[in-house]
Design a protein around this ligand. Structure first.
Ligand code: SF4
Length: 217
């Protein structure tokens, strides 16, 4: 049962989401806002036709909305490198093939109030696919990732996104122990490439689906 407080929260998210949609649209993105993960998945399925190939890099959000299963069910070729049965060489090949699929489906680590998309990456494959591709780019972003400024967004990637992600991967970085970034020199460090998308990049269509729920890290 939703309370009066929940209603205010839901209404605030919708207004914030629609303000961000306007700002992202001014920057060349095809942007939309939906309240729930189920509706986010429905938006993704409206964009990706049956049978298309879809590259999915290391995104918890995309897995949380159930896109992997649904796209596979619809006959799409889902390419991803998280399959534990892959050999190191097959994994490297999957990282490359993700970039060449018809669609590159991912999330962003942070979104500023003026519409900058901020992303951190260990291997650089994810930010490569965001910066350029002949394919269609789709971001699905929960409003938990909204940050006030670029500095706040970068801090979010280091202090909110990376520690749980490193925990998930079983890495021995200082942030897995303390929960905060110390700008480490650990061999396991995953903060190696930082990409700020100021606008949609040229030569392709880029979608942003904002979701009024907490998704990903
Ligand atoms: S720089 Fe190191 S300590 Fe900081 S978030 Fe990245 S991996 Fe963690």
């Amino acid at each position: 049962m939703t309370s009066l407080f929940d209603n205010a929260r839901i209404e605030h998210r919708a207004r914030l989401g629609n303000t961000l949609v306007k700002r992202l649209s001014e920057k060349g993105f095809h942007a939309s806002y939906v309240p729930s993960r189920e509706e986010a998945l429905a938006e993704v399925l409206k964009i990706i036709p049956e049978g298309a190939s879809v590259g999915i890099p290391g995104s918890v959000t995309i897995r949380e909305i159930g896109a992997m299963e649904k796209l596979t069910e619809r006959g799409c070729k889902v390419i991803h490198h998280w399959d534990p049965s892959l050999s190191p060489e097959e994994r490297r090949d999957a990282l490359q093939q993700e970039l060449l699929a018809d669609f590159f489906l991912t999330s962003s680590n942070a979104l500023t109030l003026d519409g900058l998309l901020v992303n951190i990456d260990g291997n650089g494959n994810k930010v490569s696919g965001m910066a350029w591709g002949k394919n269609t780019l789709i971001f699905v972003i929960g409003l938990n990732k909204v940050a006030n400024t670029l500095d706040d967004a970068i801090a979010r990637t280091r202090n909110m996104a990376t520690p749980p992600n490193s925990l998930r991967l079983g890495l021995k970085t200082p942030c897995t122990a303390t929960g905060v970034c110390v700008n480490c020199n650990s061999p396991d460090r995953v903060c190696n490439a930082l990409l700020v998308l100021e606008r949609a990049t040229g030569g392709r269509t880029s979608h942003v689906i904002l979701v009024g729920e907490d998704l990903g890290f």
